[in-house]
Design a protein. Structure first.
Length: 291
């Protein structure tokens, strides 16, 4: 992989995203895929997926269980599923490894392969080129985008979910472990859409409410014609500014689109919102990117 140039960094500042093809080797991508395969083989169906949907009250208990499972996943390795893959008894309708939507949110802390990739010398070098002084890793996810059912991700800004004061301190590192194409659900961006703040925030709801999080403000309606598709080949890295607007379409192809992604925050002179769903814990304070 060639070193990132100042010209590319300038482009990132202008567009709010940057494509770096062949940042990781095919072998590094395969090591992540193999590792996930092992993690899936060990997976038990999470308790919140097992209960039967029936009465209103049980549905609320189910929703609460599901939300607790999500809210407390920041320092663990947990499993999240595509819609419609479980029957009412919580049994899989399709092979379980084809039913998972994502695994999060602390692979970077608990799994040796993902930890090594996250803190790899090329990632650290890229952080330094971007001028990050005290970057910390706030979360990571393995996203499957399953063939035929990998759901669309509607237009959003990452800072809606990962809010900081000031803004502009969070960025995503998005690694394609397989070719990402228009057919299997590559990312789409609105270039330059990262300069006008965030219109919506997801915050923790008050304890005792039926949902675990709520949205403050509203997502703007974006014109489809503003988005450009950003396909990338296996091993490529897309750098994503926390406020750039992006989306991905439903994967209607017969090919998956596996991705490992993690978010980094510049911790110097930055405060992490106490209202974010994700919070550092005594067991897992946000680890420094530079080792």
């Amino acid at each position: 992989m060639a070193s990132v140039t100042q010209h590319q960094i300038q482009k990132f500042r202008e567009d709010g995203f940057l494509v770096l093809e062949h940042f990781f080797t095919p072998e590094e991508c395969d090591s992540m895929r193999n590792q996930i395969h092992g993690i899936l083989a060990e997976m038990e169906v999470p308790p919140h997926c097992r209960t039967e949907f029936s009465t209103k009250e049980e549905e609320q208990v189910q929703a609460q269980g599901s939300s607790d499972y999500f809210l407390t996943s920041g320092d663990k390795i947990r499993f999240f599923f595509e819609k419609g893959v479980l029957d009412e008894r919580g049994n899989f309708l399709i092979p379980k490894e084809r039913s998972v939507s994502k695994i999060g949110h602390a692979l970077h802390a608990h799994d040796p392969v993902f930890k090594q990739i996250t803190h790899s010398s090329k990632v650290q070098e890229l952080g330094r080129k971007l001028g990050l002084e005290r970057p910390v890793v706030v979360q990571s996810m393995y996203i499957f985008k399953q063939p035929g059912i990998g759901g669309e991700v509607t237009p959003h800004q990452d800072a809606t979910f990962l809010h900081t004061e000031p803004l502009g301190r969070v960025m995503g590192f998005w690694i394609a472990l397989e070719d990402a194409t228009q057919e299997n659900g590559c990312l789409w961006f609105i270039p330059g859409s990262h300069t006008s703040g965030v219109t919506r925030r997801m915050v923790r709801a008050a304890p005792g409410t039926s949902t675990c999080v709520e949205f403050v403000g509203s997502e703007l309606t974006y014109d489809d014609s503003q988005f450009i598709p950003v396909p990338i080949s296996k091993g490529g890295l897309i750098l994503i500014h926390g406020e750039v607007v992006h989306k991905s379409e439903l994967n209607s192809s017969e090919f998956s689109r596996h991705v490992f992604t993690f978010h980094v925050m510049e911790a110097k002179d930055t405060s992490w919102s106490k209202e974010n769903w994700l919070q550092p814990t005594p067991e897992l304070p946000f680890p420094p990117l530079y080792t």
